[in-house]
Write a protein that binds this ligand. Structure first.
Ligand code: GRG
Length: 268
């Protein structure tokens, strides 16, 4: 690992625990979009690790009692259940800081500033945290969310990090990120619809977190707004849109197309 990292102690143990067991989809998107632009894995692994660190932090904080209050994540007790709330807050804080340090590694070269500044936006008050704030506000809102509100909320909460991940390869190469942006916008929405479907149809063992929470909380989701079948149809159409957006790369982008199809077929 780059820079000064303490490898011993409860905080280090909890940080390691928090970063294990995920699908690694965001890191995969970084490395695949980089390969598409001829960028070596030895370079793209740094932003890939950075986005997985930010994502892990967001899950640790999202699971806290003051947020979603979850006991299970990736099939294991959440950090505040296995350790305590203070440790979970600190793990999230430290993982977020670590992510930006990883982006400044020498291997990342001239793209460092663009990657740091775009990740700050994607993760922060105009991106993921904005989506989370909208989600929390919706819990006590006087009027229920409309479909467009849910799309806006998810574009922040889930979409912003997915977009950053897919665009990172183009940023590393100094290339136009537009096709990857369009791919990731459709993919992010399909991912969230699939997540809502898993909350209804998923098995807690496979999903590795609580299911049925949205309906239990009377939460407006793509499934509650569209119905199960229409949500599946919408997700499949979005995956087609995502694949089409990769046309400028031809067959070289087939792995990214496979990833888009996986997003709506997954069971976790
Ligand atoms: C700032 C206090 C504070 C909290 C921030 C912003 C935030 C907390 C949380 C939002 C992040 C969140 C929970 C988004 C939901 C996206 C989602 C469905 C995540 C699960 O992603 P997967 O399936 O997970 O890729 P794995 O475990 O495979 O990595």
């Amino acid at each position: 690992m780059h820079g000064a990292v303490r490898k011993d102690g409860a905080l280090a143990d909890a940080m390691r625990y928090a970063t294990q067991g995920g699908k690694g989809m965001r890191g995969f998107l970084v490395m695949e979009s980089a390969r598409l632009h001829g960028i070596d894995d030895a370079i793209s692994v740094w932003p890939a690790a950075a986005i997985e660190a930010i994502h892990a932090y967001s899950l640790v904080h999202d699971d806290l009692p003051c947020m979603d209050d979850d006991d299970l994540r990736r099939g294991l007790p959440t950090i505040h259940r296995k350790w305590d709330e203070a440790t979970a807050v600190l793990v999230g804080d430290a993982l977020q800081a670590l992510a930006f340090e990883l982006l400044t590694h020498d291997a990342v070269g001239d793209a460092r500033v663009a990657l740091v500044s775009s990740l700050a936006q994607a993760a922060g008050q105009v991106g993921m945290v904005h989506g989370q704030a909208l989600d929390i506000a919706a819990e006590t809102a006087a009027t229920p969310l409309e479909l467009d509100d849910i799309i806006t909320l998810q574009e922040g909460k889930t979409g912003a990090l997915i977009c950053w991940s897919a665009e990172a390869g183009a940023l590393l190469a100094g290339a136009d990120p537009t096709p990857l942006h369009d791919y990731a916008t459709a993919l992010g929405l399909a991912f969230q619809i699939a997540d809502d479907i898993l909350d209804v149809e998923g098995d807690v063992q496979a999903v590795g977190k609580a299911v049925g929470k949205d309906a239990g909380a009377g939460k407006a989701t793509f499934v509650s707004m569209l119905g199960l079948q229409a949500a599946k149809t919408r997700a499949a159409a979005l995956v087609d849109d995502a694949c089409d957006a990769l046309a400028p790369y031809g067959q070289a982008a087939d792995t990214l197309r496979d990833a888009a199809r996986f997003v709506i077929q997954r069971d976790r």
